[in-house]
Design a protein around this ligand. Structure first.
Ligand SMILES: Cc1cc2nc3c(=O)[nH]c(=O)nc-3n(C[C@H](O)[C@H](O)[C@H](O)COP(=O)(O)OP(=O)(O)OC[C@H]3O[C@@H](n4cnc5c(N)ncnc54)[C@H](O)[C@@H]3O)c2cc1C
Ligand code: SF4
Length: 495
C-alpha cells in the first residue's frame, strides 16, 4: 500500500466538474480529470481490506454487488498510489477491455460495496480507473493486440455496442478472424448514439475503434444483418455468429393524442442530436430550442434528454417520473454492500437546477393525455399525481383525486424504457426468445448458446436493458464459450 493510513488522512474528493451554467453552452465532457496529488491521495484511501467486496460482481440476496468485470481494484489502487501507472494499466487491462467507457459512464456498483462505505465515503474507484486508462493513452501504452498466430476460424459479431466490441476484442486476441457488422454509420452502439457527448465524447469511442482495427478486427458499418446480409450468407462465410443487437425497441405510451406532432421517442431525439454534432448542433430534425420540453420517464435516458435539451436552449425542461424521490440515506432493505438506492443529483438535473432555478424532476406524476392544436402539434399534457400503496403484500399505484394538472408542451420525449430487442433479426435467424422477448440462451447465467447451434448472444439482447459494464462482462464471457466451440469441433455447417 502507498500510505497505510490514507483512509484516515484524506477525505473522499470527487473529480471536479465544469460550472453547470457555462458547460451547457457546449457539448464537451463536463468532468475534469484529477491532478497528480489528488489521484495519489484518493488511491491511497483504499484500505486493501482483507475481504474486499468491491471487485466481486457476485449475486448477493438477489442483487449483484461489486464490479461486474471483477476489476482488481485494491491492486491497481496500490499501484496508482505508488505512481506505477503502466503496471496499473496492465492490471486493469486483464479484466476490462474498455476502462475509458466504464471510467466515464459506469454507475460504479464497486463504490457502493467498498468497505470504507460502511461508515465513511467510498474510494473514488471509477475516477481512478478512468485516470489509469487516460494516462495509458497519453503515454501510448495502449497498443493494438495483434495475435502472433491466427486460426482459420471466422466469427461474425452482429452489433457494435460494448458487448459486441468486448466479444470481438477477446476473440481477436485469441487468434480468430473477427468481423463486426453494424447497421449504423459508426461503430459503438449506445456508446456512440445514445449516451451523449458530455458524458462520453465520441472521439473516445473512435480512439478505441482505431486500436481495434489496428489489432485486425474488421468493421462493416451501414449493414443491417437480416436485411443487407442474410443468414445463408453468414452460414457460408462464418464459423460462428454472436448476436449483440441490444434492446432498443422503445416502450410507448398509447394515450389520447399520442399521434400529435412533436412527440418523439428519447432515442430518436438523442441520436439525432449526436449526429448533428458532426456538422452543426442546430442541424437536427428534432430540436428543443425555445420550447417547453417535457420528458416522460424518470430514468437515466430521461436525464440525458434533459441535459441535451438544455444545451439546445430549451425554454423550460421538466421530467416526469412515476416513483417517489429516493431517500437521502440507505433504507433497511438496501444495506451495504448493495448498490445504494439513494437520492442523486445527476449532471443534467444540476444543470436544470442552476439554469432554470428548479430541479427538472417531478415525482409521482402520471401522464393522462396529450392536447394538440388544429395543425396536429402537441400543445400540452394532462397529468395526475399517483401514490404507491401496499395491498396484500403487493405494491399498487393509485391516482390521487383532485391532482389533475395541465402542462404546456411543444416537445415531448418518451423515455419510459425499452420492451427488449428488436425482433426482426432474431426471427430471420429463427432464434427462440424468452417471455420478455430477449434472446433465449441455455439456462445458467454464464451460458450464451442460443437455440441455434453456433449462434450465441450477449449484452442487452440477452439480459435486457442494462449497463455498459454488464455488456462488457457478457462480451468477455461469450468470447470464452465461442472460442471453446470453435476449437472443439469441425465447425463448418453451423448456422
Ligand atoms: C440514452 C441511454 C443512456 C445510457 N447511459 C448509460 C450510462 O451512463 N452508463 C451505463 O452503464 N449504461 C448506460 N446505458 C445502457 C448501456 O448503454 C447499454 O446497456 C449498453 O450499451 C448495451 O450494450 P450492447 O452491446 O448490448 O447493445 P447496444 O449498445 O444497444 O448496441 C447494439 C448495436 O447493435 C446494432 N444492431 C442491432 N440490430 C442490428 C442488425 N440487425 N444488424 C447490424 N447491427 C445491428 C445497433 O445499431 C447497435 O449499434 C444507457 C442507455 C441509453 C439508452
Ligand atoms: S467497471 Fe464500474 S464497477 Fe467496475 S471498477 Fe469500474 S466503475 Fe467500478
Amino acid at each position: 500500500m502507498g500510505y497505510l493510513t490514507g483512509f484516515m488522512e484524506y477525505n473522499r474528493k470527487d473529480q471536479d466538474v465544469k460550472d453547470p451554467v457555462e458547460r451547457i453552452k457546449n457539448w464537451e465532457e463536463y468532468v475534469i480529470r484529477f491532478d497528480d496529488q489528488e489521484i495519489k491521495e484518493q488511491s491511497s484511501r483504499c484500505m486493501d481490506c482483507g475481504t474486499p467486496f468491491c471487485h466481486t460482481g457476485a449475486e448477493w440476496e438477489g442483487a449483484y454487488v461489486g464490479c461486474p468485470v471483477n476489476n482488481f481494484i485494491p491492486e491497481w489502487n496500490e499501484l496508482v498510489s505508488e505512481e506505477n501507472w503502466e503496471e496499473a494499466l496492465r492490471n486493469l487491462e486483464e479484466t476490462n477491455n474498455f476502462p475509458e467507457f466504464t471510467g466515464r459512464v459506469c454507475p460504479a456498483p464497486c463504490e457502493g460495496s467498498c468497505t470504507l462505505a460502511i461508515n465513511d465515503d467510498p474510494v473514488t474507484i471509477k475516477s481512478i480507473e478512468n485516470e489509469i486508462i487516460e494516462r495509458g493513452f497519453d503515454n501510448n501504452w495502449v497498443e493494438a493486440k495483434v495475435p502472433e498466430r491466427r486460426t482459420d476460424k471466422r466469427v461474425a459479431v452482429v452489433g457494435s455496442g460494448p458487448a459486441g466490441l468486448a466479444a470481438a476484442d477477446q476473440l481477436n486476441e485469441m487468434g480468430h478472424h473477427v468481423t463486426v457488422f453494424e447497421r449504423d454509420d459508426r461503430p459503438g452502439g449506445l456508446l456512440m448514439y445514445g449516451i451523449p457527448n458530455m458524458k462520453l465524447d465520441k472521439d473516445t469511442v473512435d480512439r478505441r475503434i482505431k486500436v481495434m482495427k489496428a489489432s485486425g478486427i474488421e468493421f462493416v458499418c451501414n449493414t443491417e444483418v437480416g436485411v443487407d446480409i442474410t443468414r445463408e450468407e453468414m452460414k457460408r462465410d462464418f464459423d460462428s455468429v454472436i448476436m449483440c443487437t441490444g434492446a432498443q425497441d422503445p416502450r410507448d405510451t398509447p394515450i389520447e393524442n399520442r399521434d400529435s406532432k412533436g412527440i418523439h421517442f428519447a432515442m430518436d431525439y438523442l441520436t439525432a442530436a449526436t449526429k448533428a454534432l458532426e456538422t452543426d448542433p442546430k442541424n437536427t430534425p428534432i430540436t428543443a430550442e425555445g420550447k417547453n420540453v417535457i420528458v416522460i420517464g424518470g430514468g437515466d435516458t430521461g436525464a440525458d434528454c434533459v441535459a441535451t435539451a438544455l444545451r439546445q436552449k430549451a425554454k423550460r425542461v421538466v421530467q416526469f417520473g412515476k416513483h417517489p424521490a429516493s431517500p437521502d440515506e440507505r433504507t433497511d432493505d438496501n444495506p451495504w454492500p448493495e448498490f445504494p438506492m439513494t437520492f442523486k443529483l445527476d449532471y443534467g438535473y444540476k444543470e436544470g437546477l442552476e439554469t432554470q432555478g428548479e430541479d427538472p424532476r417531478k415525482y409521482e406524476v402520471l401522464t393522462q393525455r396529450f392536447e394538440k392544436n388544429e395543425s396536429g402539434q402537441v400543445t400540452a399534457l394532462h397529468t395526475m399525481n399517483v401514490e404507491k400503496v401496499y395491498e396484500n403484500g403487493e405494491v399498487i399505484t393509485n391516482e390521487v383525486p383532485g391532482t389533475e394538472q395541465k402542462w404546456n408542451a411543444d416537445l415531448v420525449l418518451i423515455a419510459i424504457g425499452f420492451l427488449g430487442p428488436e425482433q426482426d433479426v432474431l426471427e430471420h435467424f429463427g432464434l427462440e426468445t424468452d417471455e420478455r422477448g430477449r434472446i433465449w440462451t441455455v439456462d445458467g447465467t454464464k451460458d450464451y448458446r442460443t437455440s441455434e447451434e453456433g449462434v450465441y448472444a450477449a449484452g442487452d439482447a440477452r439480459r435486457g436493458q442494462s449497463l455498459v459494464v454488464w455488456a462488457i462482462r457478457e462480451g468477455r464471457e461469450v468470447a470464452e464459450q465461442v472460442h471453446a466451440y470453435l476449437m472443439d469441433k469441425e465447425t463448418k455447417q453451423i448456422v
